[in-house]
Write a protein that binds this ligand. Sequence first.
Ligand code: ADP
Ligand code: MG
Length: 770
Amino acid sequence: MTREEFKARLLRPLQRELADGARDRVVAGGLERLLQNLGHPFPELGQVLAGYRQMDPATRRARLEEALRLLGAPTSQASTPAAPKAQELELDTPLEALAPGPSGRKKLAELGLRTLRDLLHHYPRRYEDRRVLQSVRTVEEGAKATVVGKVLSRELVKTPRKGLQLVQVRFMDLWGWKFTGLWFNQPWVLKQMPEGASLVLSGRVQRRGGQVTLMVEYFEDEGAESLSTGRIVPVYPAKEGIGQAFLRRMVWRALETFPKVPDPLEPYRQGLGLPPLAWALHQAHFPESENALEQALHRLKFDEFLLLELKVMIQSGGSALLGRVFRVKPEMISRFRAVLPFPLTRAQERVLDEILHDMQSERQMARLVQGDVGSGKTVVAAAALYIAAQNGAQGALMAPTEILAKQHFDNLTRYLYPLGVSVDLLVGSMSPSEKRQVQQRLKSGETQVVVGTHALIQDGVAFHDLGLAVIDEEHRFGVLQRRRLLGQRPDVLVMSATPIPRSLALTMYGDLEVSQIDELPPGRTPIQTKILTQKTRAQAYAFARQEIQKGHQVFVVTPMIEEGESEATAELAAATQLVQELQNLLPEVRIGLLHGKMKAEEKDAVMERFKQGAFDLLVSTTVIEVGVDIPRATLMIIENAERFGLAQLHQLRGRVGRGGLASYCILIAGETSKRTLNRLRVIEASTDGFYIAEQDLKLRGPGELRGLRQSGMPDLRLGDLASDQEIIEKSRALAQAILEADPYLDKPEHALLKRELQARAEYIGFREVI
Ligand code: ADP
Ligand code: MG
C-alpha cells in the first residue's frame, strides 16, 4: 500500500469518529487499534492520539481535528453536507427551498413530498445501526454485520444449479482486509458497483478457512457525507431509482435549515412529559441513541393520534351538540314489553336503559350498540324507535343491504304494528311510484318509522321530523353517509355485530358512547366448531348429508375474490365448480348458488327460497355475511377458511344456530401452516366475539382487519391501534379537553394545531368508501 492509500483508509474513520461525538465507538476495538494497524506511515498521528481511550470528549475532539489536519483533511463540519442558510421558512414552504436540483425535485414529487412538512413527516421505515463499523476480520461466523467496502473486482457467476446466478464482488474493508460480497439472482446489482466505489454493506457473515463471505442483504453507496455511516441510519420508504443517500441528504438539509419547527403542543407538552417537536423530528430521522429514538417516536405517535381524535371528534359533531329531549314514561316501556313473545335479557335491559337515558338528555345521542350476531340488537332498536314515535318524532333504520332492510322491516312491523306505529320500507328496487309514495308519507309525517337501505339518504328524501336514526352494521357505511343522514341532528344509534375492541371503537367513532349486549338470549346452544384440512375435507360433506337427512339446511361458503371484473368471473367459476363437485358427491341433495355477481333482487330471491326450504344446501361467496335468519340452517362449512379474517369467520358462523337447533361450523383449512392453524384455533375454541376480534387484531394487525379496512379505518403512519393503547387514551383525553375549551380551535394558542390538522388530515385520513 502506498502512503496515499493508507491515508485514504484512515481519513474516513477519523471523520466518523468526530461526527459521532468522539465517543470511541466508531471503530470496533477502539481508535488506537486502527492506528496500530494502519498508522505506520504516520508516526506523528500515533503521538497525537496516544491514550485516546482515556481522554475526555473535548480533548478527543481537539486531538481528532489535529490528526485530520496532519492528514491534510478538512475537519469538523466537513463531514455533514452544507445546509442552505436559514431563511424565513415555514412548514408549508415548498421543498424547492432546499435546492434539490431538477432530478431531485422530480424524485421528491414522485414520493408525494411537496412541502417541508411532507418531508419532515416522511418517517423512516426502519433504521440500521451503523454506529460501529466493523472489520470483516472481527465479525463472528453467522453474525450480522455492517461494513464499508471498496470494490476491487466483480463478476457474474453462473452455477451449474439451474437458474442460480451469483454476483460475486471482491471488497476491501477500511482496515485493508479482503472479503467477498455475494448476491443471489440479482445480476443487475453489478452495474451499481464500479471498481473503486465505496459501499456500505449489511448482511450475514460466513467464514470458510481464511475466507470471509458476506451474504449481502442490503447495500448502498457510501455517499459523500457521514449521513449513511457512523450513526443510526434511517432507511426511508422510497421507490425505484430514489436513493437512500439522496433522501437522507434532503431530510438532513430540511432539519438544518429549519431547526425551530413550531410546536403545536407547546402549551401542553410539559404537563404530558413530551419532548419538543423539533427535537422529536430530528431524533426520528437521525437518532443519537435507541432511547432518544423511542422518545421521539412516542411524541410523534402522540401527535398522530391526537390529530386523528380531534378530526374524528370534530367530524362527529363534538359532544356538546344539543339534540332532542324525549320523554319516556314507564307505561310506554311496559306496552312495548307486552307485545314481545319473550322477556328481554339483562344485557338488553341495561343497554335499553343507556339508550333511554341518552334520549331523555338534551345532548344529541351518539351511541354504538355492539352485540354478537343474534344477541337481540334489533329488539332494543325497536324499543327506542317506539319511544321516538310516542314523542311524535319519526324514526329511521338504515341497513346495508335490501335483504336485511326487508328482514328488519318484517321484524319492526311485527313489534310496532300492534302498537299502532306506521312502518314503511324504502329500498332501491321499489318502483319509482312506490318510492314517491313513501317519500310523500315521510315528508307529511304519516310514516312514523321507515326502514331502508342507503336509498334513505338519497336526494329527494325529506323527513317531516326525524328524531332518531338507527344505523345497522355501521362498518358498511362510510362516515360520509352517516353524516348526511345526520343533517337534521337526530339522536343516533349505531348497531354493529362486528365486535370492535374498545380502543378501536373510540378512535374510529370519536365521541360515540359504546354499549354492549354481551349476553345471548337463553336457550341457544353454542355452535360447535371443528377444523378440517384438505385431507379430511370429505368428512365435512358426509356430515352435511346427515344433517340434510334430518331436514336441516347447510351453508357452504367459499372465499370471495375481491374486486375487479376478471376476479369476479373467476370467483363465479370457482363457486360453480364447487356446486358441480358437491352435486356429484351428494346427488340426492338440492343445491343452490348465491354469488357476488347477482343483482340485489336475485340474491334476495335465492335467500327467500332457501328460507322456505326450496333447497337444502346453499353454496355462497361471502355475500351472506350479515343478518339473514334461516332458522333450519344448522351447519356452516367454510372452504379455505384461512382466507377470512377471524372476525368475519365468527360472523359467518353466526348464520347458523338461529332457530334453537344444535348447530355446527366446519372450517376447512386450505393450507396448514402453523400460523393458519393458530388463527383458526381461536375460532374453534371461542364463541366470544370480542375476544375473537381482539385476537384478530393481535394476529393480523389492525390494518388487515377485513371489513374494517374499507370502512374508514384510520390510516396511521406510526401509530398502531393494537399496541398503542396508552398513547391513544392520553391523546384522546387531551383532544377532549382542547375541544371542550375551544370547539372550533379558534383560540390563538390552538392556531398551530388547527393548521396541522388541516395540513396533515390526508396523512391520517379516513378512507371514505361508498
Ligand atoms: P341481532 O340483530 O343482534 O343479530 P336480533 O335482534 O335479530 O339479533 O335477534 C335474534 C333473534 O333472537 C331474533 O329471532 C329475536 O326474535 C330473538 N330474540 C331477541 N331477543 C330475545 C330475547 N330476549 N329472548 C329470546 N329471543 C330473543
Ligand atoms: Mg341484526
